[in-house]
Write a protein that binds this ligand. Structure first.
Ligand SMILES: *Cc1c(COP(=O)(O)O)cnc(C)c1O
Length: 353
């Protein structure tokens, strides 16, 4: 049976990528597995270089002073690494979701952190707007897509200070001017590859300005100087991320996938809006093209709905515990057919009810 995997992360990857990855587990280079080669071997150094250049190429950031790194520790480690490398006196954060809140908490260990705006009191069902970013901040931090709540920034502020963005759940999914950011980070496991590596894209000229001593593993400059090979990188995760970025490039890049993503999200949102059994969680103008959050109006239908989902091969649509209900994560590798399958179940439930 065809499986439709709406997991929020780790999540669906392209079938062709998984086939290539599984072949490389058996024989990557001259009879050796990708799991047993040296990260200093010529064949892996090529993989790392290719992954780094594909990331910049797909984002349109080649030749603009940016460097790409594949680090470990997840996006959660970036919460503190950003602060260690950029925070001298104070920084401004937009509190638009649980992940943003966690980023604030980590940075507060080091210094003054100001929330420029917050939607916490509304359980983060919208994106705060109309705030000011003071010129004397070291940087401004935002989260482009709030994975748990299903809200997404459609516009970004004009920031007078370096702009840092957690793009863990929507990097490579839509065309935006990525050069408006000075530092972008994203855990691989949502749009790029398996769990285990985190992409960091940083404009080199914002680094080296803080007075604190930075531990080696936390130091972007050091990782850049070593070509993202200061210590053993997560070889397999980088390899699969490289394959996924190559898959995206072959499809026509972000421009092409964005069209598909728009088809997927408009299909599910029109069902949520038209079907009286369901209600969207996020404010309409802010709702995410990658994570659609919704609830069932009549709890008595829960069991029927969930049985129908299982029968249709649909998995991982349960909402995060802080929102409840359902969440359909529609990352790049999820097909339009999978969304059609989900929408079919939703409308079938309406005809049964
Ligand atoms: C998943 C997610 C994270 C956490 O990523 P880890 O790699 O598990 O640390 C952070 N921010 C956002 C927006 C996410 O979606």
């Amino acid at each position: 049976m065809i499986k439709h995997n709406f997991s929020a992360g780790p999540s669906v990857l392209p079938k062709s990528v998984m086939k290539q990855a599984s072949e490389a587990v058996l024989n990557f280079d001259d009879g050796l597995s990708i799991l047993e080669i040296s990260h200093r071997s010529k064949s892996f150094v090529e993989v790392m270089d290719k992954a780094r250049s594909l990331a910049l190429e797909l984002l349109g950031l080649e030749g603009k002073g940016y460097k790409a790194l594949f680090l470990q520790g997840g996006a959660s480690t970036q919460f503190l690494m950003v602060a260690l490398n950029l925070l001298e006196k104070r920084a401004g954060y937009l509190n638009s979701g649980t992940w943003a809140d966690k980023a604030i908490k980590e940075a507060r260990i080091y210094d003054d952190i100001y929330e420029v705006a917050s939607s916490k009191s509304a359980n983060y069902n919208y994106i705060p707007k109309g705030y000011e970013i003071p010129e004397d901040y070291d940087y401004f931090h935002c989260t482009s897509n709030n994975t748990i709540f299903g809200t997404q920034m459609k516009n970004f502020p004009k920031s007078p200070v370096p702009m840092v963005c957690d793009m863990s759940s929507d990097i490579f999914t839509r065309q935006i001017d990525y050069s408006q950011f000075d530092l972008i980070y994203a855990g691989a496991q949502k749009n790029m590859g398996p769990a285990g590596t985190t992409l960091v894209v940083v404009k080199e000229d914002i680094l080296g300005k803080v007075s604190r001593k930075i531990p080696s593993m936390m130091d972007y400059k050091l990782h850049i100087s070593k070509g993202s090979m200061f210590n053993t990188p997560p070889v397999f995760a980088v390899y699969v991320s490289m394959l996924t970025m190559q898959w995206l490039k072959d499809l026509g890049g972000i421009k092409a996938i964005e069209k598909e993503n728009e088809k997927k999200s408009s299909l599910i949102y029109s069902e949520i809006d038209l079907n009286p059994l369901f209600k969207g969680f996020a404010a309409k103008e802010d709702r995410s093209n990658v994570n659609a959050t919704f609830t069932l109006e009549n709890e008595n239908l829960k069991e029927t709905f969930e049985t129908m989902l299982v029968e249709a091969g649909i998995s991982n649509v349960n909402g995060h515990r802080s929102v409840g209900g359902y969440r359909a994560s529609m990352y790049n590798a999820l097909t339009l057919d999978s969304v059609k399958a989900l929408v079919e179940v939703m409308s079938e439930l309406e005809s049964k009810a």
